[in-house]
Write a protein that binds this ligand. Sequence first.
Ligand code: BG6
Length: 288
Amino acid sequence: TSATTGQPCVALAHPNGGSVEVQLHGATVTSFKTSSGNDVLFLSEKAVFNGAKAIRGGIPLVFPQFGQPDKAMPSHGVARTATWSLSEEEGEPAVEGHVKANFVLGHSEETLAKWPHSFSLRYEVDLGADVLSVTLHVTNPGEEAFDFQALLHTYLTVPEIEGAKVNGFQNVQYIDQLENNESFKDERPQADFTREVDRIYAGEIGDVGVVGGTTVTNSCEKTAPGAAEVCVPVDVVLWNPWIAKAKSLGDFGDEEYHKMVCIEPGIVSKSHSIAPGETFSLKQVITA
Ligand code: BG6
């Protein structure tokens, strides 16, 4: 049981003093502490840990929809509020000097009632020396293809959002979710924050980093039985709710927007079709 959430969790400890905590609720990573004890991930003081609501902070998992294009399903899908299981299967072996845990979630009566497709998710959480890698594997175990979106909704801690700068988006097209989903190109060498930001940067994006802080490396691969791996371009959502939106969120403190930024890799600017037997693996490496 987590001392923070009072809910079932899995804790990983690295020999260098770093640690990670993963809630079975949503397989949400709620803490990633470096060897110096600083938490790289933001977790709201108002987050609700009732085993039902999505956790406000850490790394909620968004699947199979981003936002709520399908009104029959909850916003951001069914994975972030489902109870996951710790997997007995090892999966890929941990890199030497790393500690690792795997989590699994499949369709259930509850998910089928909201979204009528069978799926199999595996989530690998791998802690190295001040580096956390998380990989969400989406497999279609069924007999028909389905469309989906997936995203790692990472909340990073920043010392102060006013003055914070984020690298990695120069000359990248983005969809502005605050401007009727119109597309623009970001020409700035660094993104900064002076008001609410809610953008889907779409296409070829390299590493994204908070200047003087955390770097996030993103990738996605599609594998099919008997076929070569294919790279899938990863979109990155950049989000800070700023003043009014912060006030409107019941599980987020009015002033907490100062202390966080979401850098969220995903495949969300369009839906992806996944054929029977195929797997999409969406990976994020967070370097403190
Ligand atoms: C971001 C979206 O990924 O998630 C925002 O781009 C949204 O539009 C935010 O407000 C938080 O979503 P939720 O459902 O966790 O409040």
